[in-house]
Ligand binder design. Structure first.
Ligand code: FAD
Ligand code: NAD
Length: 475
């Protein structure tokens, strides 16, 4: 007889491990299955996010930012570094690997402390909520669950005629591991991964060319933010080629030749490494056996309702494997909501207030509707904005690029969207998320005391500007 659990979670990324911990906290007998092994060959729960996504990319963004600042910003503060500054890539990668190991080890400890049974292996859902698990040696066992939570995450999308080889043509995993700074780095896709990892290697000295199919940069962001971002990245020397279709790439004598089609016709470029970052897709190809009753849509996503229920009874799905933004915090909140719903509580997540953050320099963050979305929906709105260049704190920091832009309903003043490009945008957006989640207004933000001198004063002044009464800018 297979061992029976109240909840079996397949996948221990930020969606799955969080769901498992919350289910166990609520007294449910919980198992969590993940097949990923770390660099040391040991189980490494934490998913894409901890192992090859959010965390390692931010570690490299920080290292490369320090390197860039030493070279380009310290002098303005009167700090003189004698002699040439150099970057030891091995040390940078070791630091990143250490952080990853610390965090995946932390998740292992948390699962254990909460009495979640962690099982390392590949899970496959069979009918009747049985789960077959195959470990790294090919040994199989079966367990069953009163409830199953599928949290298998996502994998990179490939494009035709561009084959990953893991060394010259890579996905995010490869681009986090270059042993030396590539002289020329090509990136297909100027989306979130392309801009973040492109920025890392640019700051370390690569010539970076981003090949983007669309005519607009960051098409999902507010147009003003996308435009401002394009200007800043250009100043930094990122060569972003919009409206460019890649036709293929070939590795020839240790170089990658990429053929492109632009408005001006066909051309080719030669780079030393090529990162393909054209999006990710749900990792569901071998997750389900015949007859589970779980529906998968044409994009490979598991179909779920607003509460993450699949079409099969007591089978739930969360995170990157289902609709909605592919973001760690979105998956985690779905995990908590599902565990609480299973336990009879009112599990809830509001997809309308999931914040986006892009950790470039300047950082970009937003929540809610963009101006173009409001226009398309025919919603009347008021808009307020404020540049960081008019904040004392931004100037004192020597980092006063960008602005805050708020959008509020013209009639009710309810905050509908917030868009920030600039220093600490990743942290500043939280205030706007809270305001929206509490159905607050621009006027609420305008009446709240913000400490001086802080960057958050830009949020305050943007809210005042929505009513044309900002103090430190002409309205
Ligand atoms: P995953 O993290 O992909 O985890 C799924 C887990 O399930 C994996 O460990 C996998 O091994 C396991 N698994 C899959 N199938 C099976 C199976 N059949 N049996 C056993 N185990 C299985 N998001 C942010 O919010 N902020 C960021 O800064 C950010 N940066 C990113 C940077 C990069 C380079 C990338 C690639 C992604 C980034 N993301 C970021 C996105 C974020 O990583 C994902 O949204 C998040 O990891 C999704 O969580 P998940 O649990 O749904 O899936
Ligand atoms: P993305 O969707 O952000 O960007 C992909 C880009 O590639 C788009 O601009 C798209 O127009 C372009 N593109 C698609 N096909 C193309 C082609 N054939 N040629 C040229 N350009 C093409 O995807 P991504 O950067 O791969 O990241 C995947 C997901 O991972 C993100 O959408 C996000 O959900 C998540 N992520 C989040 C963060 C973060 O939160 N900071 C960081 C990295 C990744």
């Amino acid at each position: 007889m297979s061992e029976h659990f109240d909840v079996v979670v397949v996948g221990a990324g930020p969606a799955g491990y969080v769901a498992a911990i919350r289910a166990a906290q609520l007294g449910l007998k919980t198992a969590c299955i993940d097949e990923r092994l770390g660099k040391d060959g040991k189980p490494a729960p934490g998913g894409t996010c901890l192992n090859v996504g959010c965390i390692p990319s931010k570690a490299l963004l920080d290292s490369s930012k320090h390197y860039h600042h030493v070279q380009h910003q310290y002098a303005a503060h009167g700090i003189n570094i004698a002699g040439p500054v150099s970057m030891d890539v091995d040390t940078m990668l070791e630091r990143k690997n250490k952080i990853v190991k610390q965090l995946t080890g932390g998740v292992t400890q948390l699962l254990k402390a909460n009495k979640v049974e962690f099982i390392c292996g590949r899970g496959r859902l069979l009918p009747e909520r049985q789960v077959q698990i195959t470990d790294a040696d090919g040994e199989q066992r079966q367990i069953s669950g009163e409830h199953i939570i599928l949290a298998a995450g996502s994998i990179p999308v490939a494009i035709p005629n561009v084959e990953f080889d893991g060394r010259y043509i890579v996905d995010n995993e490869g681009a986090l591991e270059f042993g030396q700074v590539p002289q020329r780095l090509g990136v297909i896709g100027a989306g979130v991964i392309g801009l973040e990892l492109g920025s890392v290697w640019k700051r370390l000295g690569s010539e970076v060319i981003l090949l983007e199919a669309l005519d607009d940069l960051l098409a999902a962001a507010d147009k003003d933010v996308g435009k401002a971002a394009g200007r800043e990245f250009k100043k930094q020397g990122l060569d972003i080629r919009l409206g460019t279709l890649v036709q293929g790439a070939q590795i020839v004598n240790g170089e990658v030749i990429v053929t492109l089609e632009t408005k001006d016709g066909q051309e080719s470029i030669t780079v030393d490494r090529l990162l393909v970052a054209v999006g990710r897709k749900a990792n569901t190809a071998e997750l389900l056996a015949e007859g589970t009753g779980v529906n998968i849509n044409q994009r490979g996503q598991i179909e779920v309702d607003d509460h993450c229920r699949t079409s099969a009874e007591n089978v739930w799905a969360i995170g990157d494997a289902v609709r909605g933004p592919m973001l760690a915090h979105k998956g985690s909140e779905e995990g908590i909501a599902v565990a609480e719903t299973i336990a009879g509580q009112a599990g809830h997540i509001n997809l309308e207030t999931v914040p986006w953050v892009i950790y470039t320099d300047p950082e970009i963050a937003w929540v809610g509707k963009t101006e173009q979305e409001l226009q398309e929906a025919g919603i009347d709105y008021s808009s307020g904005s404020f540049p960081f260049a008019a904040t004392g704190r931004g100037l004192a920091m020597g980092d006063a690029t960008g602005m805050v832009k708020l959008l509020a309903d013209a009639e009710t003043d309810r905050l509908l969207g917030a868009h920030i490009i600039g220093p600490n945008a990743s942290e500043l957006i939280a205030e706007c998320v809270v305001t929206m989640e509490f159905a607050g207004c621009a006027e609420d933000l305008a009446r709240i005391v913000h400490a001086h001198p802080t960057l958050s004063e830009a949020v305050h002044e943007a809210a005042l500007n929505a009513d044309k009464r900002a103090i430190h800018r002409v309205n």
